[in-house]
Design a protein around this ligand. Sequence first.
Ligand code: HEC
Length: 135
Amino acid sequence: MRLRYVTAVLLAWAAAASAQDLDPEAGRALFMDHCMQCHGADARGDGPMSGLLAVSTPDLTTISARNGGVFPTAEVAKQIDGRARVLAHGGDMPIFGPFLDTALQVPLRLPSGQTMMTGVPLAQVMIYLESIQGL
Ligand code: HEC
């Protein structure tokens, strides 16, 4: 019974929160913990480990510019959570995978206007990445 109550509360919270309400600063903090080593503190691809990699590390502030001015939310999410294999991230099991692991989901709006249910930490990182496009 108690467990069912907790689940109901969590579901209500997830339904109430929308990813678009999440704080990009929280996403930036996650980025600094898990991504800046390669992508750099400004996400421009010049992190301390980037020189050691066999492939160049992309500038994450130009994703929209390279995609006709549209931030490709679904594709970027897949590149981060491992559904699209990025070898430098560890393939389908990203090296930073554990921080993405959560049951709490929020709806993330796609350019098409549809929504995609996304775990809260990934949604935060996505909101941060979208906020730095064109900087
Ligand atoms: C070990 C180094 C490393 C870490 C850590 C890392 N990345 Fe990457 N990332 C790369 C490299 C290198 C590529 C390009 C891979 C390729 O072209 O095959 C890439 C590609 C990407 C892309 C595709 C970008 C584009 O323009 O096509 C996104 C988005 C991305 N990373 C986001 C992240 C996020 C968010 C994190 C942290 C959760 C992260 N990465 C952590 C090295 C890293």
